[in-house]
Design a protein around this ligand. Sequence first.
Ligand SMILES: NC(=O)c1ccc[n+]([C@@H]2O[C@H](COP(=O)([O-])OP(=O)(O)OC[C@H]3O[C@@H](n4cnc5c(N)ncnc54)[C@H](OP(=O)(O)O)[C@@H]3O)[C@@H](O)[C@H]2O)c1
Length: 222
Amino acid sequence: MQYAVLGTGVVGQTIATKLVTLGHEVRLGSRSADNPAAVEWAAAHSRGSATTFADAATFGEVVVNCLPGAVVLAVLEALAEEVGDKVLIDVSNPLDFSQGLPPTLSVCNTDSLAEQIQRALPSAKVVKALNTVNADIMVNPGLLSESTDLFLAGNDDQAKASVRSLLVEFGWRDEFIHDCGQVSTARGLEMYLLMWLNLMGATGSAHFNIHVVRADGDPPTG
Ligand SMILES: NC(=O)c1ccc[n+]([C@@H]2O[C@H](COP(=O)([O-])OP(=O)(O)OC[C@H]3O[C@@H](n4cnc5c(N)ncnc54)[C@H](OP(=O)(O)O)[C@@H]3O)[C@@H](O)[C@H]2O)c1
């Protein structure tokens, strides 16, 4: 598959590297085609290249949003034509660092960043995924000593199924990936970040995740 990964930070590079390792073609998108971090990454990966946000979004059959919450909407609104009706995996979190630490959420309760993206790009098939774990865990869930859980939110069932398949390629167990429902359920996935930050403080590590345990005999989930 051809992927656009928008964002050259830790998350963008980590996901891009995993994708090329799995045999996919990746264009890593940045504000400029000569971003040093992206150029260096591309030089090290034969299936990867560095380019602008717009060129990457044109190339990708699937677009992965790995941008900081504060800039997501401005960048994606300008890419509505390039993204079109593609699957857009939204890994971002609406963390607002403008008032210092700890960060707050720039949107919550009655709305989410994923919904804002979906409204800005109504044809795109937005799927919220992976935002609840550290980048290292995203692509290597086996770093943890037990199998743990991931969550999906989005309006398009086919798009969620395709993202689920990709997550299984990443090493996640299919039965531990929970479809939370429509894109509005991304509110919970994003608001979990406050808890995630508390847990990072409590455990002293970013390398952890959660697992949902159900009572024996309860009906299977959909
Ligand atoms: N870190 C984690 O483990 C983790 C885990 C889960 C979710 N997330 C979420 O994943 C997302 C990416 O995190 P990250 O730490 O990898 O990102 P990051 O390093 O903060 O973001 C770097 C990217 O943001 C772009 N950027 C910065 N300012 C910009 C602006 N004013 N206009 C347009 N683009 C701008 C940069 O563009 P250039 O390439 O042009 O410099 C670069 O591509 C965030 O939403 C984060 O909350 C992170």
